[in-house]
Design a protein around this ligand. Structure first.
Ligand SMILES: NC(=O)c1ccc[n+]([C@@H]2O[C@H](COP(=O)([O-])OP(=O)(O)OC[C@H]3O[C@@H](n4cnc5c(N)ncnc54)[C@H](O)[C@@H]3O)[C@@H](O)[C@H]2O)c1
Length: 311
């Protein structure tokens, strides 16, 4: 079986690649840079790197036809900050790019397209926890591009029977996620504590954030891909994770790493962004339809961060 991962050298794509390689699949990574990115050295010789641009129809078509792809994990995108900085580019990469992926899937009989959407596809002032079918009126271009991609995927399923399925994730955290985005503190605080470095959190102790550990994110995508078609009542599914306050994160870390040096230096701009997000996504539809269940709560996440960073 051959899987194509768009954005495959990024944070999520590289973790999916690692898991698929461990399951014996052929993995092709489609990325703008064509470089190793976050792909670990241990699998760099086991994957195929293809340089290409999601916004270029010919390059998308070429990579899907050349590798006789069975499944596409469509992770390539401009994320929220970059999308606001370059809205037209974000529209081309995120929305047109999804269209090209779906069209290539239709033309070359790709068996499944798995798409990664986001909690950012919902706007503010919404019921919390956010139901699977909550109205989607996002305030960011990133969110708009996710909603349009979701609807395009559903259109391709209805009209052409392209087997489109997708998840909406909260903020995904894991080792080496980096400093981008207002939610970055929730990953960095774990990482710095394990590395024995001081860290200052830029939100209030009671700021709450919905989080999902990277290994659960990978598991959700792969399990949704394997789910029986007849059990699916939706094409898109909310995935929940856990929703700690910053204070709870610090308390959990101190229990395992009592010497961790963590302080608070709140920044009002960051607080406004984080406090504007819903506290959590209701994932009961994913639980009911395909048996979704998280493996990682906050404590397991910290322990696995420690394990991964110490390897
Ligand atoms: N990280 C999160 O918290 C989170 C939460 C919800 C959804 N998502 C979604 O998950 C997916 C992966 O996100 P990530 O966190 O791994 O981000 P990332 O920035 O690490 O990965 C995105 C990848 O897309 C690639 N890319 C960008 N423009 C491209 C183009 N024109 N052509 C080809 N490739 C291009 C980048 O090179 C990068 O490798 C995205 O679709 C994102 O919207 C992420």
């Amino acid at each position: 079986m051959t899987s194509l991962i768009t954005g495959g050298s990024g944070f999520l794509g590289s973790s999916i690649a690692r898991e698929l390689i461990s399951q014996g699949e052929n993995v092709v990574l489609f990325n703008r840079s064509g470089k190793q990115g976050m792909i670990p050295d241990s699998i760099v010789d086991k994957v195929v790197f293809e340089q290409g641009d999601l916004a270029c129809w010919a390059e998308v078509l070429d990579v899907v036809s050349k590798h006789k792809v069975d499944t596409i994990y469509h992770c390539g995108a401009l994320l929220s900050g970059s999308a606001e900085e370059s809205p037209l580019k974000a529209y081309e990469v995120n929305t047109l790019g999804t269209w090209y992926i779906l069209e290539a899937a239709r033309l070359f009989d790709v068996k499944k397209v798995l798409f990664v959407s986001s909690i950012a596809s919902f706007g503010s002032y919404i019921e919390d926890p956010v139901p699977n079918t909550a109205p989607q009126y996002p305030s960011t271009l990133y969110g708009v591009s996710k909603v349009s991609s979701e609807r395009l995927g559903e259109y391709y399923k209805t009209k052409f029977d392209v087997n489109f399925r997708g998840v909406r994730f909260p903020s995904v955290i894991g080792p080496k996620r980096g400093e981008g985005g207002a939610s970055a503190y929730s990953s960095l605080v774990f990482e710095k504590a394990v590395l024995g470095e001081p860290y200052s959190i830029y939100v209030e102790p009671n700021s709450k954030i919905p989080l999902l550990y990277i290994k659960d994110a990978v598991k959700a995508l792969i399990e949704l891909g394997n789910a029986d078609e007849n059990s699916l009542n939706y094409r898109m599914y909310n995935i929940r994770g856990f929703s700690p306050t910053a204070k709870q994160i610090v308390e959990e870390i101190k229990e395992i790493l009592p010497d961790a040096e963590i302080s608070f230096d709140p920044n009002q701009d960051m607080i406004n962004i984080v406090d504007g997000w819903p506290d959590c996504l209701d994932d009961s539809e994913a639980q009911n339809d395909w048996g979704w269940k998280n493996d990682y709560n906050i404590k397991d996440t910290l322990l696995d961060f420690k394990n991964e960073l110490e390897c």
